[in-house]
Design a protein around this ligand. Structure first.
Ligand code: PYR
Length: 523
């Protein structure tokens, strides 16, 4: 019976809060800055989470590309600020935190440095669930003495059967997985599918089974409930300040759901709520990154497009003045996915399928133009697709070229020495070489800018009407110039926070640099 008030440690549900990684990646395009994370860390650290997901996924890219923060420094600072909670990252298997396969020596070095700088739990996945692409990373995690979590990317297709997931989970355990994660990045799981899958996995493997399910379709809290009833004791949730929609179910709601049952998390709801109150204020500053495509949308159950992918596609189409064709692109995505042998849609396959679907729609003719990534995919460059690909398409894309059946990284010579030589003295550490490895041009520019002291984070975009932040009124001048001690500064007000004890936070840019100031509230 699940509603007893006696909770045993074996039944208590463990929570991984993803607010410092997947929460803001899903809702504000990965833009949360370290300076806005650190103030909430003491309170987060005191909660007693199983772990906090803080790094990996797109955070590394966003740090280097947009925020001009050193991602390794972010990790060091977070480790220092969160000494009592295991830190977790999401690693894209042989792709690490980039978009191509790296040679094994780069993978080994990246994992070792991530462990040295503070990661305790590595969630490792491959977009195709080609487990050969997880081998080196998993081995490297084990060698570093950290927790290796093997991941099953969840999708639905004629070949993604329960038996297949169970076989993959068993194989991951043979590869050394300390736990198994079900990664439902799109929000495709339904409560009853979750129950079935979790029950099968729990029966098949001895290690803990974790559930990571995005809230896109609105079903994820029900999925978590069913997962727990089926034997899962580890779920991912996100503080309510960045929960819901394409993010995750809220930590507060899930903690409350299990309170006074045998699954009680034992976590202090009021303390978590206080973190949420702090983070809700922080989120206002990022109002310019809010998007209508991050809201709950059951459409994902129809077209299987993950939330992050929807907002990327919307941006891609907007740039080409073709946003009106987004519904056609959503309809084309499942067709391209079927042609490519039903890859789960997650980095990098979401980009590969998404970009080809956009081309198929915008050119008005399917596969009139085929991207290099689709060609590489059809050559076996990303690994083994889950099902047979469309042979007509393959022929059209790559002609008679030989399809590579082996593990893609077996084709790659060691790279670290070459990368270190290429970047030369701009790299002050092995971590810098790895930054350069992830993003050659961007990484070089970043390291150069750091040395020259010229790094400038992107300006905060102004909030658009209707966003969470209180809009400035028409009567308020929103752009003006001020003169201070003989210097002129261009000021643009981007938003005003809500009244907090007689004070309001005002968000602005000063010569393009984001700033915020506190004013006494008068209304
Ligand atoms: C990432 O690789 O960024 C995901 O969130 C899946």
């Amino acid at each position: 019976m699940t509603t007893t008030t006696t909770s045993s440690a074996a039944d208590a549900v463990n929570i991984t809060d993803v607010v410092l990684r997947d929460g803001h990646q899903s809702l504000i395009a990965t833009r949360l800055r370290t300076e806005d994370m650190l103030p909430v860390c003491p309170a987060l650290d005191a909660i007693g989470f199983h772990s906090l997901e803080v790094w990996g996924g797109a955070t590394f890219d966003a740090c280097v590309r947009f925020l001009k923060e050193d991602p390794w420094q972010r990790l060091v600072q977070l480790k220092e600020a969160l000494p009592n909670t295991p830190l977790q990252m999401l690693l894209r298997g042989q792709n690490l935190l980039g978009y191509r396969h790296y040679a094994d020596d780069v993978v080994e070095s990246f994992v070792a440095k991530s462990a040295d700088n503070g990661i305790d739990i590595f969630r490792v996945f491959d977009a195709l669930n080609d487990l050969r692409n997880l081998e080196t990373a998993m081995r490297a995690v084990k060698a570093s003495g950290k927790h290796a979590q093997g991941t099953l990317c969840y999708t639905v297709s004629p070949v993604h059967t329960l038996e297949r997931y169970v076989a993959d989970a068993r194989r991951l355990v043979e590869m050394g997985a300390d736990s198994i994660a079900i990664k439902d990045m799109a929000g495709l799981l339904t409560p009853y599918a979750t129950q079935e899958l979790v029950a099968a996995l729990v029966a098949a493997v001895e290690v803990p089974v974790h559930l990571h399910a995005h809230a896109t379709s609105g079903l994820s809290s029900q999925c978590h409930l069913k997962a727990v009833e089926a034997g899962c004791r580890h779920i991912d949730t996100c503080n309510s300040a960045f929960a819901g929609g394409t993010s995750h179910p809220s930590t507060e709601a899930m903690v409350a759901a299990f309170k006074d049952t045998s699954f009680d998390t034992g976590l202090d709801l009021e303390a978590i709520k206080a973190v949420g109150d702090q983070l809700r204020e922080v989120r206002k500053k990022y109002a310019g990154f809010e998007s209508e495509f991050t809201r709950e949308d059951v459409g994902v159950q129809i077209n299987q497009v993950p939330g992050g992918m929807m907002s990327n596609l919307a941006n891609q189409l907007k740039e080409q003045n073709a946003l009106s064709q987004i519904r056609e692109v959503f309809a084309e995505i499942p067709r391209v996915r079927a042609d490519l042998g039903y890859p789960p849609l997650v980095t990098p396959t979401s980009q590969i399928v998404g970009t080809q679907a956009v081309m198929n729609v915008l050119t008005g003719s399917r596969y009139k133009s085929i991207t290099n990534e689709v060609k590489r995919y059809l050559l076996g460059g990303y690994g083994q697709p889950p099902a047979a690909v469309d042979e007509g398409l393959r022929k059209r894309a790559i002609g008679n070229q030989q399809v590579e059946e082996g593990r893609p990284a077996d084709q790659l010579d060691p790279e670290m020495m070459r990368l270190a030589a290429d970047i030369g003295e701009l790299a002050e550490s092995q971590e810098d070489v790895l930054t350069y490895a992830m993003f050659p041009d961007l990484g070089r520019d970043f390291l150069q800018g750091r040395r020259d002291g010229t790094l400038v984070p992107e300006p905060m975009p102004a909030a658009v009407a209707g966003d969470a932040q209180r809009p400035v009124t028409e009567a308020t001048p929103t752009e003006f110039v001020i003169d201070v001690h003989g210097e002129s500064y261009e000021v643009q007000i981007t938003g005003v926070g809500s009244d907090a004890g007689g004070k309001r936070q005002v968000y602005l840019t000063l010569d393009g640099m984001p700033e915020s100031v506190v004013f006494e509230a008068r209304d």
